[in-house]
Structures are given as C-alpha cells and as structure tokens.
Design a protein around this ligand. Structure first.
Ligand SMILES: C[S@@+](CC[C@H](N)C(=O)[O-])C[C@H]1O[C@@H](n2cnc3c(N)ncnc32)[C@H](O)[C@@H]1O
Length: 378
C-alpha cells in the first residue's frame, strides 16, 4: 500500500484541537467533519499517531468511500476494495455499523452485506472457503451518512483516552482526552502555576504534567494494529523510541491538585505515580473554601461536581460561588471550568470571556473560560 487515508475521530467540539495536534505532527492537509478529521498519511505513520495524539479518540484506516442506495451497490462496491492487502488469511475480523439519514438504514443488514462482500473477496485471494479468524483483530466499520458509505478499520483498539495510568477513578472522572483538550484550549504553560482544586482521580493535573514534560500519552499502552502484518514492527519501535527521547526530564512544572475527599487524593497520587509524574504534582486533601492562591498569574483548570452526576445541588452551587469569590479577587488568575450547570456564570458572579459547548461522555457541558491578565514578559 502506498499513501493511505486515515480518520482521527474526536468528541464533538474538539475537532479544532485534534486538527491542531495533527498539524503539529506534520499532517497539514485535513478534511474536518463533525467528530472526524480525515487526512493522508503513510502506513508507518499509524504508530506515531496512536502514540502521540492527546485529544483524538481513535485512528481509523479508510478502506473506501462511495455512494450506495441498494444492498447490491453496497455489496459490489465493498467487494471491489483491496481487503486482501490488509486482512491476512487468519484475520479475526468483525463488522460494526451505523447509518444516519440514509436509504440503507438497517444497520444489521448493512453489516452482514459488508461482511459477505469481504469474505467473498478474501475467498478469491486465499483460495479457501472457510476462515478460522484466529489471528490479529481487525474491527471493520461501515458508516453511512446521507447515503455516503465509509468503510474503515480501527487501528487503535481500546480508545485513545485509555492511556493506562488511571487504575482507579472517582465517580465522575473526565476523559483523559478531554482533560488534555481543556489544557490545550487554555493559556497555561509550564512556567505558570496550574491548580485543580477538585482534582478527583487527578486526570487534569496528570495530563498537564505529561504535556509539560512532553510525555507521549500512548507510550505505555498497546494498540490493536501492533499485531497487523502490514505495519512493520520496526515502525512501532521507532515511534516509541522517538517519543521516549522527546521526554523533557529537566522540566519541572508547578502543579497543585487538591480535593475534599481523601480517597480521591489517594487515587490521584497512585495514578500520577503510574504516569511517572507524581514528583511534579503537589497533592493535598482540602475543601475548596480553604484553597489559597499562592502566587500570581496562576491558571485554574477544573471539572468540579455538577449536581446531575454527583454532589448535592446546594453544596455544588455554594462551591461555584466560592470559586467566583476567590478567583475574581485576583485579576491575574485565569480560570477554566467545565460543568453542565447552566447557572454557573450567575453563581460564579461573572460572565465567561469565552464559552465552548462540549460533551463529557453523553453529558452536554460548557467550557467556561475566564482570561486573567497576562504575565509580564521575562
Ligand atoms: C467531577 S469530580 C472530578 C473528576 C476529575 N476531574 C477526574 O478526572 O477524576 C469532582 C470532584 O470534586 C470534589 N469536590 C466536591 N466538592 C468539593 C469541595 N467543596 N472542595 C474540593 N473538592 C470538592 C469531589 O470529591 C470530586 O472528586
């Protein structure tokens, strides 16, 4: 295979963040749709992308795109694609599907047509009639949107938010990919103090520490396409080696993480240790009303409780009021908060400078951004 097309999937609202990350990794030309960014790459880029992307959900290999209005068209066009170039004789492949606003709306039927078309293609290539499916895993997806079919194979396996460090978590954790995006969308950098006063399992402080030290998020986990014959194992070794040598061991960011719950702090500490960043995060058991701003030009990035998911409404609302009181008193602090509570700005006591609609799992949330004064140039 020469050039391939890949799709980086993302949470709705984070496409611009993933687009920027792809650009920084050298993938300039991209087509952005809701929840997906398509771009051209080489097969050997698959390891680098999976290991380094912080905010994308998955990397999908695009096998083909075409219009289909009948099952016959779906079968024929699927059958014409070069499945034998990717799937080996023992490929353990499954087909999942989704269909939105399309003539072919029965997802189970579309899945089985696609599976049949692939099997027929492989029968011709390998000259056998029965496939054992005992080898590497290939998850094919048939996605139909307004009659346009996109056939992909997932290269990631477990979604990319599963970095591997979060062994335990509190009740309503933020996804690692979302935490990384919240940091990316803020003006925080390693020279400014970062505070998460409701840190739960520590996801935001840990992701911040990994960003500051340039630790690739996927360095410590496995990806499903590592078992694929078409990607040279050397490409995986090279990508890991490159990511490993890019770690900035001399960077010591200032990060404070606190929570009212001692058990959450225990979990966060352990997760930080797993991620190799426990030495740069100061953990404390502390209710928010005891938090003190220890220096100027700090940045608070946090995911406090929202009443829907945890916490009693009165307590949550008092917490938002306390946040407003503390941070509005120091104009040098910048504050970034996600919550689904629509009254947040009123309780906080100030309209956000910027608001962004996002999703945390299935919960619709807003990302409230309050920009503090810029620190003086050094
Ligand atoms: C939504 S969870 C945070 C999840 C976290 N971002 C994670 O990924 O695990 C909210 C956290 O706020 C903490 N919390 C609730 N009320 C608090 C308060 N008054 N002061 C400090 N922490 C509080 C809870 O103990 C909980 O861990």
């Amino acid at each position: 295979m020469e050039k391939i097309n890949l799709i980086a999937t993302s949470t709705f609202g984070l496409e611009a963040v993933v687009k920027r990350e792809l650009k920084n990794l050298g993938f300039e030309k991209q087509t952005v749709l809701d929840g997906s960014i398509e771009f051209e790459a080489d097969l050997t880029d698959i390891p680098k992308l999976n290991i380094n992307l912080r905010s994308a959900d998955r990397i999908l290999l695009v096998m083909g795109k075409f219009k289909a209005y009948s099952f016959e068209q779906l079968f024929d066009r699927t059958n014409q694609l070069p499945w034998g170039d990717v799937l080996p004789i023992d490929a353990n492949f499954t087909v999942t599907g989704k269909s939105i606003k399309s003539t072919l709306y029965s997802v189970p039927d579309c899945q089985s047509i696609v599976e049949k078309a692939i099997v027929e293609k492989l029968k011709k290539k390998y000259k056998i009639n029965w496939f054992e499916k005992t080898g590497a895993v290939y998850k094919v997806q048939v996605a139909i949107l307004k009659d346009e079919v996109t056939l992909t194979i997932d290269t990631s396996g477990a979604a990319l938010h599963k970095r591997g460090y979060r062994e335990s978590q509190v009740i309503a954790p933020v996804k690692e990919t979302m935490a990384a995006a919240m940091i990316d969308l803020s003006y925080w950098n390693k020279d400014r103090l970062l505070l998460d006063p409701c840190c739960g399992s520590g996801t935001i402080p840990i992701e911040a520490a990994m960003i500051a030290k340039n630790i690739a998020p996927g360095l410590d986990r496995k990806f499903v396409s590592e078992d694929w014959d078409i990607i040279d194992t050397q490409a995986w070794k090279n990508a890991r080696k490159e990511a490993f040598s890019a770690i900035k061991t001399d960077i010591v960011p200032k990060i404070q993480a606190s929570d009212i719950d001692p058990h959450a702090i225990e979990i966060a500490r352990q997760n930080a240790e797993n991620a190799g960043v426990d030495d740069v995060i100061e953990f404390n058991v502390r209710p928010f009303n005891k938090v003190k701003l220890t220096e100027k030009y700090g940045v608070c990035i946090s995911n406090p409780p929202y009443a829907e998911r945890m916490g009693v409404l009165d307590e949550v609302e008092q917490l938002y009021r306390d946040m407003g009181k503390l941070f509005c008193a120091d104009k040098t602090w910048s504050v970034y908060i996600i919550t689904s509570h629509e009254g947040f700005e009123k309780l906080y006591g100030r309209r956000a400078d910027k608001k962004r609609k996002l999703f945390n799992g299935n919960v619709k949330i807003d990302y409230y951004q309050y920009f503090g004064e810029r620190p003086p140039k050094k």
